[in-house]
Design a protein around this ligand. Sequence first.
Ligand code: FAD
Length: 394
Amino acid sequence: MEFDLREYDAFRDEVVAYCKQKWPPDGLAPPYRAGRRAEAAFWEEAAQCQRELGERGWLTGAWPVEYGGGGWPKVKQALFNELAAYHRIRGTGNANLGVSTIGPTIMLYGSEEQKREFLPKIARGEIRWSQGYSEPDAGSDLASLRTRAVADGDDFILNGAKVWNHSQHADYIFLLARTDPDAPKHRGITQFILPRHTPGVTVQPILDAYGQERWTLLTLEDVRLPRTMVVGEVNRGWYQTVTSLDFERSQMAWVGQGRRLLMDLIAFLKTKTRQGRPVLADPFVRDQIGDLLVCLEMARWLGYRIAYLQDQGKVPNAEASMSKVFATETQQRIERLGVNLLGPLGLLSAGSPWAEQDGLWDESYWSAPGTTLAGGTSEIQRNIIATRGLGLPR
Ligand SMILES: Cc1cc2nc3c(=O)[nH]c(=O)nc-3n(C[C@H](O)[C@H](O)[C@H](O)COP(=O)(O)OP(=O)(O)OC[C@H]3O[C@@H](n4cnc5c(N)ncnc54)[C@H](O)[C@@H]3O)c2cc1C
């Protein structure tokens, strides 16, 4: 691996200056301030940021120029994603599936018409997507999905249910459905683009542990979709999906978010005393923080390695799994340490007069378990590392 981030120093300064004027000087972004049920505000903010970043050409800087990108090296995009996440800028990284996975999938497998229709809109930050992969009975074993798409002339008729998506705020759903029930399970799946407001589509909110309507259950009842909405080849969707999940796993957002949390914790602990001594002076605390800083640095380089490999024209696979496991598990360790050190007051929500750091830790702690599940659990990533990375038998 060989690249030099100093090349982008001027760009880094420009991004940091933009980020700093976005939020108030103490740096805590609005959703934390709003506390529980701030979900609508989050997505509204994300949509607005997405458009602004699109106008600046930062959203899809590493996309080819012909598709509305800036032709940057992926390493530069990774730097941007890391900085944006650190500064809690919405509309990038995990909050923008169009940029991170769906756009690149359309680039690889979509028709010319789909590329013309969707890619410039994603680059300009004009449309929002959700990912309709998981089903009530198909998560880790995604290929066992049961949503059916049956050919009917120039259309497909879709029936089924998709869970754990963000379809309440999406314009389009990038969907997997079974098109050949008789084929072996990996071979009968197709990717579709479904406009959210198609007749027969119902979106119901799911309340999460934090009390927010963050997720949705999507049901499809005789939904008619033209063949032009098939992405790539019919029945080859599984293989296309495997590639697009690797895009998702190579994000730098976890690293930026984790570092920000840890920096917020350090800033707070500097002001906090216990039995007359600053908490940060405690060698046990310092040891744990030092360890996490090292882990974050490792997660950072695992993430940049993905970008570097992509710049070399390679498709990272086990490397993407390593990056995802390490970054998300490090983030969970930071959240756990923060809540442990803050004590019971750390679990109060924004709005409570006793909430530490405006309820930041309450929200992030409740969201923490999801990071090692979303996009494929840590166990599944470790299976990939073992089999595809280390060549171990199944
Ligand atoms: C925050 C979050 C965001 C998400 N976003 C989306 C989204 O946008 N779109 C979407 O379609 N889905 C989304 N999901 C769903 C996610 O992809 C699934 O939750 C995940 O793949 C696990 O599936 P499951 O929940 O059905 O668990 P299961 O597959 O039932 O797994 C249960 C447990 O068994 C373990 N396990 C299962 N199989 C194996 C195995 N072969 N080896 C070892 N251990 C195994 C798992 O690791 C897990 O611990 C999201 C989930 C979360 C939490």
